[in-house]
Design a protein. Structure first.
Length: 291
């Protein structure tokens, strides 16, 4: 067999493998996109109720979205949306500051009890946060944060207070930035704060964007803590509780399609945030490679 034939056979095998991989990825993409596509279709469905015989709606309407924002007599979705947005914004700001501060400190500074703290943080991260929800609720109740307008503050505290413990991902990114840059800046007279803001932050846009996205999404989609702290006070419900209420037996027949519409609406802020920060993510990656 000639060398040309062997090369041709190898290329044919690689082509077949690539085709199989692409088919497999296409199937996975279809499986992933199908539920999203179905929710979007259902949000425009004209028929009420959760039981239908066809995948595609027989009639289409935008009344589900209209009802979602205008019918506030039973489920006040606009109020829930505003509550969640306020909580998510403040949590995002506080959590991002906490995570970046702790991760930079752990990456660049050396002090007593540093490694024990990191080990404890890693062990605590292995346990799901909702294990502590009852204890957290009674602590908030003792502080007077579990009633009335203080519920929003309680949720912000719950979602952001322990965020600094999840510093490992950001610390790993900071570890990849050469310490020689810090040392050169310090020799030139820069303070630690100037090194962090003028050198580390510009090179860390990808991890900052990642931290912002995760910090925003946490309270935006959380249900367990929101339900425990809000309890039956519908005035301070978040969107996750509102969507859950739409699936209860007394509401599901008339609110099921509105539930789908609400699911679409809830995804919009996250999509907008990702689109706004995507440019900085890409620019940061190219800047980090150049650095």
């Amino acid at each position: 067999m000639s060398k040309k034939q062997v090369t041709s056979g190898t290329k044919a095998k690689k082509t077949i493998v690539n085709i199989i991989i692409h088919i497999f990825l296409a199937i996975l993409s279809f499986i992933w996109v199908l539920p999203i596509f179905w929710v979007v279709l259902t949000s425009f469905r004209g028929e009420k109720g959760s039981y239908v015989t066809t995948f595609f709606p027989k009639t289409y309407t935008i009344n589900n979205y209209v009802k979602l924002f205008t019918d506030t007599s039973i489920l006040n979705f606009p109020k829930m949306f505003v509550n969640t947005f306020i909580i998510a914004i403040f949590t995002c700001i506080i959590s991002t500051i906490f995570v970046l501060s702790v991760s930079y400190t752990m990456s660049r500074m050396r002090f007593n009890m540093r490694k024990p703290f990191m080990n404890v943080a890693m062990i605590l991260g292995l346990f799901p946060s909702f294990m502590s929800m009852i204890a957290v609720y009674y602590i908030l109740k003792a502080l007077g944060l579990a009633e009335g307008s203080m519920i929003r503050i309680a949720l912000i505290v719950v979602f952001s207070a322990g965020s600094g413990v999840g510093f490992y991902v950001a610390k790993g990114f900071f570890d990849t930035i050469p310490k020689a840059l810090d040392e050169a800046a310090i020799i030139d007279g820069a303070t630690r704060w100037q090194v962090f803001t003028k050198i580390t932050v510009p090179l860390s846009k990808p991890i900052i964007v990642y931290t912002i996205l995760t910090s925003f999404m946490g309270p935006w989609v959380d249900f367990i803590f929101a339900k425990v702290i809000c309890r039956a006070d519908a005035q301070y419900y978040t969107v996750s509780i509102g969507l859950w209420k739409m699936l209860e037996k007394e509401y599901i027949d008339s609110w099921y399609t509105c539930f789908a519409a609400g699911a679409v609406v809830v995804s919009i802020p996250i999509a907008i945030l990702f689109l706004l920060t995507q440019k900085f993510y890409v620019d940061g990656m190219s800047g980090a490679v150049k650095g």
